[in-house]
Structure formats: structure tokens, C-alpha cells
Design a binder for this molecule. Structure first.
Ligand SMILES: C[S@@+](CC[C@H](N)C(=O)[O-])C[C@H]1O[C@@H](n2cnc3c(N)ncnc32)[C@H](O)[C@@H]1O
Ligand code: SF4
Length: 386
């Protein structure tokens, strides 16, 4: 294994907020209905996040933080004050890059007037709004807590406060047609958003939708057609597709997500959060306790908040790297493989050769990148590195 040099690897921070107003029937994120005493609990949660981050101090030594992502769950349930305390505490502990991207996820059902301005003052400079759809009927079928007009209000409020904001949209929804999707996309394009994340609805095991699959889901052909429509309409409107579900106006790709996809490092804190850090000795992954109360109360019970900490075995690194890098439409420079895994490119040479011959990877030896056909069969391509 070649020596790994952590100082060359960008560093991000992910903070997880595990509560939502209520659980959506399609969602398998680590998110839970908020307890009644949430307002009293948030100060404790913020203090615990900062305490949890302390565990990463040695790994982060001498490294600047390039991005922060506060995700969930629904972190927009936090008060402006709690968020300000969190970001101030973070700045005291870690040096942030002058242009550090700081994203917070917001649910349109949790946005009182003035709230986004407080988030901005606290240091958030990028908002990600879970709009999902601009159709009342589809929002209802998704079990969302907000209407289309509430989503529009949240978008308007975001536009007045942030230059940089993303909308999450879902497609291939129950009862959706291509004509309906087209209207959604046109509204998203006109919204002023700089970034759009368009996810195909997936029925995740263990969710309410898996127990009772909704009626009226588009079939496979219709879904594929919708996927093409998303790319075509957004592309024409100046939102370049750069990742499986990611579309951005020029200069507005999400730096935080780009760091995951280029196998960068990320410290993580909060219930169920996953972190990854590179040291000269190898790549280490850490997983926090998933249950919010168990994570919060662990130290009181004499336990660690970290449930698992392990070195990634060299044999697993190629697949983990490709799982991320191949999601990018431009792929990555071939040299990045060695920089981020410490393995020589020869470790994946047979798989690269086979996939190039099959027309699934770009023949350019200086890049690792899927072809169009490769992108259509992405999981097969990724599995070739197992
Ligand atoms: C943590 S949520 C974002 C913020 C906030 N919790 C909300 O829902 O408004 C992340 C995003 O993942 C997407 N998502 C969640 N479950 C999904 C599923 N089963 N299929 C497709 N997209 C999904 C949604 O677009 C959602 O906004
Ligand atoms: S609000 Fe977001 S995180 Fe919470 S359950 Fe719904 S989709 Fe999942």
C-alpha cells in the first residue's frame, strides 16, 4: 500500500438531526417523530453534537474544513439560537476554510417567517429544501406535512435570504404522468434555485410504503421515460446533470456531496451519523448509535456514542471508492484512486479493462468514468469492483 497523505484529502463535517414533525411513509433515513419536549431537548442535543465532534480532534489536526452539512431528519426544526450555538462551537474547535459551504436541510412545513434569516445569520450559506412536488395531490399521497403553496412560500423565503439553494424533488410518484412531471420541473427551474436534486421514488424495505405499496406507480418504461425527461428539461434550462440525481447551474455543484463522491474525508456527529477519515495508517470508518435517545444518553450510561470504529480493509477499498466516484458523470482522474485509497491502479486494472471492453467505462486511461450505457447499469459496473 502506498503512503496515504491526509493533508491532500479534503475534509468535511456531517451533523445529523434525527427528528421530523412526523415520519414520511417512503423514508428510510434515521428520522423519527419529534418528542413533545423537543424545545427543551435541542440545547442538550447541540451540546452533545459538539462533544461528539471532540472525538475527531486528533484526526482533523492541521486540516481545514471545506464544507459542513446539517442533515436529517429535519434540522430546520432547530431554533435559530440553537443553530447559532452549534456553528459557533464548531468554529471554536475546527478551522473552517474562508469559503466553507454550510448547508442546512429544511422541510417546508417547518418554516415560520424570519427563520431562514436567522439560519443565515448563524452562518448557513446554502439551504436545501425538501419540496418533493409542487402538486397537492402528490404531496398528499407522499404523506408530506405541507401543501404545494407552503412549499412555494418556503422557496420564496429562501430566495429572499440565500443566493445558493437546492430543491429536493422526487419523481415517478403515485399517479404522476410525464405531463405532470414537466410542470413540476418547469416550476423548479423558475424558482431561483441554483441546484436541484431529483430522486426517483424508491420503495425502501421496512418503510410504510414497502408494507403497503401505493397504487398508481408508473411502470418501468414510464419511469425510464421520466428520468430522461428530467435530464432533458433541466439540461435545456441550464442545470447540468453532474451526478446520478444532482443538477446544478454553473458554479453551484454541491461541494459537500462532491467530497463524498470523490472519496474525501468527513467527520460525523449525531445519532446514526457515519464518518470516514484517512490517516497515514489507513482509512477508518465510524458509526454513531442510531437511536436518538441512546446516542444522547450514552455517556450518562457509561457508554460511548460511537457504536463501531473500524479500519477499512484494503480489499474493500476499490468497491467503496467506485461506489462513489462512478456516480459522477465526469468520473474522476485515474490518479485519484491511488491518492484516496493508497492502492496502486493495478489493483483494479483487470476490472477496468473488462468494463472498458464491454463499453461500460470510458476508454480514456486518464479517467475513471462510466459511458452512458455504463451509467444505465451503474450497480453492475460498481459490483465489478467487489
Ligand atoms: C433528509 S431528506 C431532506 C429534508 C427534509 N427531511 C424533508 O424531507 O423535507 C432527504 C431527501 O431524500 C429524498 N428521499 C427520501 N426518501 C426517498 C425515497 N424513498 N425515494 C426517493 N427519494 C427519497 C427526499 O427528496 C428528501 O428530501
Ligand atoms: S421529513 Fe424528510 S427525513 Fe423526515 S421522514 Fe420525511 S423525508 Fe424523511
Amino acid at each position: 500500500m502506498a503512503a496515504l497523505d491526509p493533508s491532500r484529502i479534503p475534509l468535511s463535517i456531517y451533523l445529523h438531526w434525527p427528528w421530523c414533525v412526523r415520519k414520511c411513509p417512503y423514508c428510510d433515513f434515521n428520522s423519527h417523530r419529534a418528542p413533545a419536549d423537543l424545545a427543551a431537548l435541542e440545547g442538550r442535543y447541540v451540546a452533545a453534537l459538539l462533544e461528539d465532534l471532540e472525538g475527531w480532534r486528533t484526526d482533523a489536526e492541521g486540516r481545514e474544513v471545506a464544507s459542513i452539512f446539517i442533515g436529517g431528519g429535519t434540522p430546520s426544526l432547530m431554533s435559530g439560537g440553537a443553530l447559532a450555538a452549534l456553528l459557533a462551537g464548531l468554529r471554536e474547535r475546527f478551522p473552517l476554510a474562508p469559503d466553507c459551504e454550510v448547508t442546512l436541510e429544511a422541510n417546508p412545513g417547518t418554516v415560520e417567517a424570519g427563520k431562514f434569516a436567522h439560519f443565515r445569520e448563524a452562518g448557513v450559506n446554502r439551504l436545501s429544501i425538501g419540496v418533493q412536488s409542487f402538486s397537492d395531490e402528490r404531496l398528499k399521497r407522499l404523506g408530506r406535512i405541507h401543501t404545494a403553496d407552503e412549499a412555494r412560500r418556503a422557496v420564496g423565503e429562501a430566495r429572499s435570504v440565500f443566493e445558493n439553494f437546492n430543491l429536493d424533488l422526487m419523481y415517478a410518484l403515485p399517479g404522476e404522468t410525464s405531463a405532470g412531471l414537466r410542470e413540476e420541473l418547469e416550476e423548479a427551474v423558475a424558482s431561483g434555485a441554483t441546484h436541484l436534486s431529483c430522486y426517483q421514488l424508491t420503495i425502501e424495505p421496512g418503510t410504510a410504503f414497502a408494507k403497503r405499496v401505493p397504487e398508481g406507480l408508473p411502470d418501468e418504461d414510464e419511469t425510464a421515460e421520466m428520468g430522461e425527461l428530467v435530464e432533458e428539461i433541466l439540461g435545456r434550462a441550464g442545470f447540468g446533470r453532474y451526478e446520478v440525481s444532482g443538477y446544478a447551474r454553473a458554479g453551484h455543484r454541491c461541494r459537500h456531496n462532491l467530497n463524498y463522491w470523490t472519496f474525501g474525508d468527513y467527520l460525523a456527529a449525531g445519532a446514526g451519523a457515519h464518518g470516514k477519515v484517512t490517516t497515514p495508517a489507513g482509512v477508518r470508518r465510524e458509526m454513531r448509535r442510531a437511536n436518538p435517545r441512546a446516542w444522547l444518553d450514552a455517556p450518562l450510561l457509561g457508554r460511548s456514542r460511537v457504536e463501531e470504529s473500524r479500519w477499512v480493509e484494503a480489499a474493500d477499498l476499490p468497491f467503496e471508492f467506485m461506489l462513489n466516484a462512478l456516480r459522477l458523470l465526469e468520473g474522476v482522474p485515474a490518479a485519484l484512486f491511488t491518492e484516496r485509497t493508497g492502492l496502486p491502479l493495478e489493483a483494479v486494472a483487470p476490472a477496468l479493462k473488462g468494463l472498458r471492453e464491454a463499453g461500460l467505462l470510458d476508454p480514456d486511461p486518464a479517467r475513471i468514468r462510466t459511458t452512458r450505457r455504463g451509467l444505465d447499469f451503474l450497480s453492475d459496473v460498481q459490483e465489478a469492483f467487489l
